[in-house]
Every structure is written in structure tokens, then in C-alpha cells.
Design a protein around this ligand. Structure first.
Ligand SMILES: [Ca+2]
Length: 194
């Protein structure tokens, strides 16, 4: 998928990309990075500086982060079971680190999907929780990336490709109305990283 972008052109409760992980294990820490562009601006949209991360059935909000419409955002989320600390980075800006599910783990065969929120394992889609827009450079790692590795990612330098999901070598299948195309625009111009 190197140099490619996934486009979800409509709101739906069907369109998604299923990703086959390269590694199956019990996760006690995780980092997920991706870039997205959208003009989603409804009530539940991240148009208000707000992001939410779930581990299992518990979620935490992060506020005051870049969410501008029609511009690319580079996002990394990290979570570590030992400390219970979760954090999100957007365009080079780190959030406060917040408590989320200390001592928990992510076990079982992972069901990894882009474009839909899974309220149930591999299902439970709702149109109002769907993503539409563009997404690229998806990586997932079984450790917490260092701040310098995350800043590299924000600058479009992939210094540590994901060992669970690696965009450059990602096995996936498309479902519903999903287009995969070459990247036509820069995806890192708005990074605040110097
Ligand atoms: Ca949902």
C-alpha cells in the first residue's frame, strides 16, 4: 500500500477495509498511527478538538487537538497496560497522558478494520460511527513508540514500521464502497513538528 490512500466516499454501515495482522499475541501495549482527511462535521464529529480512544469497553477523551476539516492529520495513539497511560499525538502535538484500563490486555485473534467502529467482534456497525474521507499510512505496533519515533511519523518518516500492521506490506480486503488509489496530495504539510 506504499504511496496509496484509501477513500471511503460515502457514509455507510458497510464500507470497510479488513486488515490481516502480521502478528497474533496478547497485547499489553500498543501504538496505532494513521493519517486522515475528512470534512465530517456533524455533532459527533471530531470537529471540536476532541478525540476518543477505547481499550475494550472503556474510553477516554482528549481535548484541544487539531481537527480541521479538509486537511491531513497525522495521528498516533499509544496505550500501556503496566502504567495504564494512554496518549494521543496529532500533527506533532502530544496530548496529556490519561488513565485507561491499567492491567488490561487485548487478547484473542485481532479483528482490525478501517472505516467502521466495531461494537461487536467483526461487526456491530452503525452509519453514525462510520469514517468517511481519506486514510493512509496505517501502522500498528505492539509497543509504545518513543516520542522521537512518533515525531518522525508526523514528518512522514516511518522510522519504525508497525510489526502488527505495516502499511508498506499490509494484507487487506475491501468491503463495500471503498477505493484504493495512489496518493495525489501531500499528507504531511500541516505537521507542527519543526
Ligand atoms: Ca459504535
Amino acid at each position: 500500500m506504499s504511496g496509496k490512500v484509501i477513500i471511503f466516499p460515502v457514509e455507510s454501515n458497510t464500507a470497510h477495509v479488513k486488515v490481516t495482522p502480521a502478528l497474533n499475541k496478547i497485547f499489553f501495549s500498543v501504538t496505532v498511527c494513521l493519517r486522515f482527511l475528512s470534512d465530517y462535521n456533524k455533532e459527533q464529529a471530531p470537529g471540536d478538538g476532541r478525540y476518543r480512544l477505547y481499550i475494550g469497553d472503556k474510553g477516554v477523551f482528549f481535548y484541544g487537538l487539531p481537527t480541521g476539516l479538509n486537511q491531513w492529520h497525522s495521528v498516533c495513539v499509544t496505550w500501556d497496560s503496566g502504567t495504564g497511560l494512554a496518549q494521543i499525538w496529532v500533527n506533532g502535538r502530544p496530548s496529556a497522558r490519561k488513565a485507561l484500563q491499567a492491567g488490561a490486555s487485548i487478547a484473542g485473534t485481532p479483528s482490525i478494520m478501517l472505516g467502521q467502529d466495531q461494537d461487536a467482534y467483526a461487526g456491530g456497525f452503525h452509519v453514525y460511527d462510520a469514517f468517511y474521507g481519506h486514510a493512509t499510512d496505517v501502522h500498528m505496533c505492539d509497543t509504545v513508540l518513543s516520542p522521537s519515533e512518533i515525531k518522525d511519523y508526523m514528518k512522514c518518516v516511518i522510522s519504525r514500521p508497525g510489526n502488527v500492521v505495516d502499511w508498506t506490506n499490509m494484507e487487506y480486503s475491501k468491503h463495500g464502497y471503498v477505493i484504493v488509489e495512489p496518493k495525489l496530495t501531500l499528507t504531511c504539510p500541516d505537521s507542527e513538528v519543526a
